[in-house]
Design a protein around this ligand. Structure first.
Ligand SMILES: Cc1cc2nc3c(=O)[nH]c(=O)nc-3n(C[C@H](O)[C@H](O)[C@H](O)COP(=O)(O)OP(=O)(O)OC[C@H]3O[C@@H](n4cnc5c(N)ncnc54)[C@H](O)[C@@H]3O)c2cc1C
Length: 332
């Protein structure tokens, strides 16, 4: 498979106001995608990823839903400047927060804009399988609930297979471990999907594990890094290892000595290059490149599928050399 991770101009056909601070952008993007995946867009000279809220199985159009982040660069620009008819540059969809081949129930815990990929997953699971789908959606207050009507409509159409429970902080405070356990109930064999603010995701994951959920049945999608990305080492002489990293960027080769604890992205920066990146946490795949010589290992991979890794694709923000000579090639 030739992976296309370049940027493509696509037209915004419609913009739907979901809440005061959430908008759905309907894109004329001729891409195939899997429920739960995201695309990365280029705006304000930088890159941000946004999940599809549409389902490839039930929606004829590709949609992504963006919530304003106070003080945030791109989310505010999209809300304030992007208009129907405008072109915007996006990558093809990527990501592994997807449906698995199973008949087990799908139980999702989302917070705020975390409903976006979960909406896509729920619509696809209901349309293409007989699985039960249950969502606990946590929001600040009733006015912040994204897709309230669409979720209620799913519940009307699938009364025996779909449950949506809204948790409002304004009424009940933050979600507690007890509330997570109570919602999971007897569905300990479910596939669990978690997407929301980091502290919420941690609380839910811990509560599910304590409730008996198997770690491999818990899928998380991180919109923000779990922790600060590790700083680039100062590169003292003693950290130099035997071996080299060769980076092919914009068609030119740059070779630097390997430094311990250094990712390919760090090596590229040390070589004076400015390759693409966004989350620096292994979530968004913006920094992807292909290993064409030697071997690499990734610290975290929340974006690439197994076959892509087998073909040598690597998240350069997470990939490190695992052999003395490694060459990584960024797509032009
Ligand atoms: C795989 C993936 C899928 C995503 N899908 C969606 C989606 O469907 N809808 C959506 O609205 N967002 C989504 N995001 C988040 C999105 O990419 C941006 O991080 C978000 O819009 C903020 O970008 P910004 O440029 O406005 O803010 P920035 O200028 O990057 O950040 C401003 C400040 O807000 C903090 N911050 C950054 N992101 C968030 C956040 N999400 N919540 C709270 N604080 C934050 C930063 O730490 C910083 O202090 C996704 C992220 C990833 C990695």
């Amino acid at each position: 498979m030739v992976r296309d991770h370049g940027f493509h101009p696509v037209r915004v056909t419609r913009i739907v106001r979901e809440t005061t601070d959430a908008r759905t952008y309907v894109l004329d993007a001729p891409f195939g995608y899997r429920a739960g995946q995201f695309l990365t867009l280029r705006a304000c000279g930088t890159l941000r990823s946004y999940s599809m809220s549409s389902s490839p199985d039930t929606d004829g159009e590709l949609m992504t839903t963006v919530k304003r982040v106070p003080g945030g660069l791109v989310s505010n620009w999209l809300h304030d400047h992007l208009a129907p008819g405008d072109l915007i540059e996006v990558t093809r969809p990527a990501g592994v927060f997807c449906l698995r081949e199973t008949t087990a129930p799908l139980v999702a815990f989302c917070g705020g804009s975390g409903i976006t990929p979960v909406m896509s997953l729920a619509k696809s699971a209901l349309a293409t399988t007989d699985r039960r789908v249950r969502i606990l959606a946590a929001d600040r207050d009733a006015g912040s609930v994204i897709f309230a009507d669409a979720l209620a409509e799913l519940a009307r159409r699938h009364p025996s297979r779909f449950e949506i429970r809204h948790h409002l902080d304004a009424d009940d405070g933050f979600v507690t471990p007890g509330a997570v356990r109570e919602f999971a109930g007897d569905d300990t064999d479910a596939d669990f999907y978690i997407c929301g603010p980091e502290p919420y995701m941690e609380l839910v994951e811990r509560a599910l594990l304590a409730h008996g959920a198997a770690p491999e049945r818990i899928l998380v999608e991180r919109f923000t890094p779990a922790e600060e990305p590790p700083a680039a080492p100062e590169a003292p002489a003693e950290s130099e290892l035997e071996g080299t990293v060769t980076i092919v960027f914009a068609g030119k080769k740059h070779t630097v000595p390997q430094h311990s604890g250094e990712t390919f992205l760090m090596s590229a920066r040390r070589a004076g290059l400015s390759p693409p990146y966004s989350c620096e946490a292994g979530n968004c795949a913006t920094c992807i490149a292909q290993v064409t010589e030697g071997r690499a290992e990734m610290r975290v991979n929340n974006a690439l599928e197994e076959d892509e890794v087998a073909e040598g694709w690597v998240l350069t923000c997470q990939g490190e050399p695992a052999s003395p000579r490694v060459t990584v090639v960024y797509e032009d």
